[in-house]
Design a binder for this molecule. Structure first.
Ligand code: F6P
Length: 360
């Protein structure tokens, strides 16, 4: 069984469906198989910065009912880079040492961080700074972490976007409208291309493929000429305007987020084709709710795999889904590159083969 360990787990970055399934799997494997202790750390690295560190001892009973629960019982944050942490007085402070200190105060032998590429890069840097033994688990609805074919949360987000298209289909057809569905995904078009194909979209616009409004309107008019007077357009939030500007919303904290390309396109389509348009912005519905069976499965396999990496002393590694298996890969390889949609890949070819307009 090996030596006794006390390990920590935290969820970092934007939440997604399947985070609780991974917390459950880590606890089952560590406590159930190896007889270790598991500390669940609250609100990502902020729990380690707090004094005393904010954490809860997890056991099999505590995590038993959370498999299907959305969100994360540990809480999370996608703000406050610990190397430039925004303080109340407006200054930025490097608080990475406080995180290391929190790790040692909790008496941890290793830490599992569940995050996207940004969180994994930050946690790895902190681990390298002190003698923190770190293992990563990729999660993000954006599915943009390289080396792994899948990240936790992506499948549920695609299911939600696909279901939205299924619903929009009927109302668009009933009113002869062009309905634009804006989906998340940050700089990558994975959600848009997958849900667009699965949901029978007529037009899919992704950041990886430049488009023109003329091509989009041509598709709409072509359908009209065939007697199909409605159209479903899926657009990824990071698609730019025709002149190449990102469409963003800034809030009162000065933060800038993607949002608004759907309305921009609807207005341009309406002006160019005279079609009646409507817009649906799915937003955070893509992150919430019950995880799909595939996300539960991946989260469970990743949780078990991450604990096994620790048992084997394979630190500075991340679990990845490759060729139907969970493998351990160096985190450096995963965060060194970015996984965008391949414009020559299978999904783009499939969309083209189905006659879906990609705007080019
Ligand atoms: O990275 C996940 C994600 O949901 C992106 O798809 C989206 O752009 C962003 O997070 C939204 O962040 P927030 O929760 O801060 O609005």
């Amino acid at each position: 069984m090996g030596e006794h360990k006390r390990i920590g787990i935290l969820t970092s970055g934007g939440d997604c469906a399947g985070l609780n399934a991974v917390i459950r799997a880590v606890t089952h494997r560590a406590v159930g198989t190896y007889g270790w202790e598991v500390m669940g750390i609250y609100r990502a690295t902020q729990g380690l910065m707090s004094r005393p560190p904010q954490a809860i001892a997890l056991d099999v009973e505590k995590v038993d009912a959370i498999l299907t629960q959305g969100g994360t019982i540990l809480g999370t944050t996608n703000k406050g880079n610990p190397f430039a942490f925004p303080m109340a007085d407006g200054t930025l402070r490097d608080r990475s040492d406080e995180i290391l200190e929190g790790y040692y105060q909790l008496g941890l032998d290793a830490l599992i961080g569940v995050g996207g590429d940004g969180s994994l890069a930050i946690l790895r840097k902190i681990a390298q700074q002190g003698n923190l033994k770190f293992v990563g688990i990729p999660k993000t609805i954006d599915n943009d972490v390289s080396i792994t074919e899948r990240s936790i949360g992506f499948d549920t987000a695609v299911n939600i976007a696909t279901e939205a298209l299924d619903r929009l289909h009927f109302t668009a057809a009933s009113h002869d409208r062009v309905i634009v569905l804006e989906v998340m995904g940050r700089d990558a078009g994975h959600i848009a291309i997958s849900a667009g194909i699965a949901g029978g979209a007529d037009v899919i616009l992704i950041p990886e493929i430049p488009y023109t409004i003329e091509k989009v309107c041509h598709k709409i008019q072509e359908r009209q000429a065939q007697g199909r007077h409605f159209c479903l357009v899926v657009v990824s939030e990071a698609v730019c305007t025709e002149t190449g500007e990102a469409v963003k919303i800034s809030d009162r904290f000065g933060e800038c987020r993607f949002g608004g390309i759907g309305q921009y396109l609807a207005d341009r389509i309406s002006a160019c084709s005279e079609a009646e348009t409507r817009v649906t912005v799915l937003g955070h519905t893509q992150r919430g709710g019950i995880p799909s069976p595939l996300d539960r499965l991946i989260a469970s396999a990743f949780g078990v795999g991450a604990v096994d990496l620790i048992a084997n002393g394979q630190y500075d590694h991340m679990v990845a889904w490759q060729n139907r298996q969970v493998v351990g890969v160096p985190i450096a390889e995963a965060i060194g590159q970015y996984q965008a949609v391949d414009p020559n890949g299978t999904l783009v070819k499939t969309a083209r083969g189905l006659g879906i307009c990609l705007g080019d």
